[in-house]
Design a protein around this ligand. Structure first.
Ligand code: NAP
Length: 237
């Protein structure tokens, strides 16, 4: 079902997107990855191996997105893990930073689907990424919560408008990826605290989420769904 399919992974140069690209390539998919940094793309392509290709794209820019998809004729499955991240309490977070977070994690994927929808196979799929903050409020993440909820509801409407193309969202819990190095002072301390609270006593690995991506792509009866792959994060205090 995945063999010889063309799968585009925007965000495939790091973290969850990279693990997903690697897993899907191993199942015989033709992978195309996208991200802003050419060096990260080159390194990721060496890691993925197989017949993967990649191009630079900034999903916050119309021209860049149009240019990326002009290189592709047909897409079977689209996975969008790319996102920026901004933490900060509501009263302290600069409104421009809050807006740039929306510009990246909401309007980026919105723009990606807008430009790529004409290329998508009718039996294909789109997989968005949100995050557990959409259903579990936590201080410092007001913007993230709102964006994640917006992504999940966008996906539901697109599941109707783009049908029969299937559209789903995966909501990860805390996963050990490079994003945490950029937004926390002490990643290990945060992870240790989380590990003591989570039912499985560990944070996620990118491969945990990659398996969910494969499931959502393969299962022809799943659409309009938000799949929580969070190690029980929503059950914790
Ligand atoms: N990791 C977690 O604990 C966690 C928890 C909840 C939700 N999530 C969500 O899961 C998804 C994947 O997260 P991750 O941890 O794998 O992130 P990551 O390791 O930081 O990777 C993000 C990827 O997106 C690309 N990217 C960022 N901005 C972009 C832009 N404007 N245009 C194109 N590409 C862009 C990055 O490459 P460049 O920087 O080179 O562009 C990179 O390839 C995100 O939606 C994130 O919010 C993650």
């Amino acid at each position: 079902m995945i063999k010889n399919k063309t799968i585009v992974v925007i965000g495939g140069s790091s973290g969850i997107g990279l693990a997903s690209a690697k897993l899907l390539a191993g199942k015989g998919a033709q992978i195309i990855i996208g991200g802003r940094t050419p060096e990260k793309i080159e390194k990721a392509l060496r890691f993925i191996g197989m017949a993967a290709t990649g191009h630079a794209i900034d999903m916050t820019q119309d021209e860049s997105v149009a240019n990326f998809f002009s290189k592709t004729e047909k897409i079977d499955h689209l996975v969008i893990t790319a996102a920026g991240a901004e933490l900060g309490n509501f009263l302290e977070l600069d409104i421009k930073k809050a807006q740039s977070f929306f510009e990246s994690k909401f309007w980026g994927p919105y723009r990606i689907v807008k430009y790529s929808a004409p290329l998508l196979a009718q039996d294909g799929s789109v997989t968005f990424f949100s995050g557990a903050a959409s259903r579990r409020a936590s201080p410092g993440f007001a913007c993230g919560s709102a964006i994640n909820a917006a992504v999940e509801t966008l996906a539901q409407t697109l599941a109707l408008e783009l049908a029969p193309i299937r559209v789903n969202t995966i909501s990860p819990g805390i996963v050990n990826t490079p994003v945490w190095d950029s937004i926390t002072q002490d990643k290990q301390k945060l992870f240790s605290e989380m590990e003591s609270k989570l039912p499985g006593k560990r944070v996620g690995e990118p491969s945990d989420i990659a398996h969910a991506v494969k499931f959502v792509i393969e299962n022809q009866f799943i659409t309009g769904t938000t799949l929580f792959v969070d190690g029980g994060y929503l059950l914790t205090n």
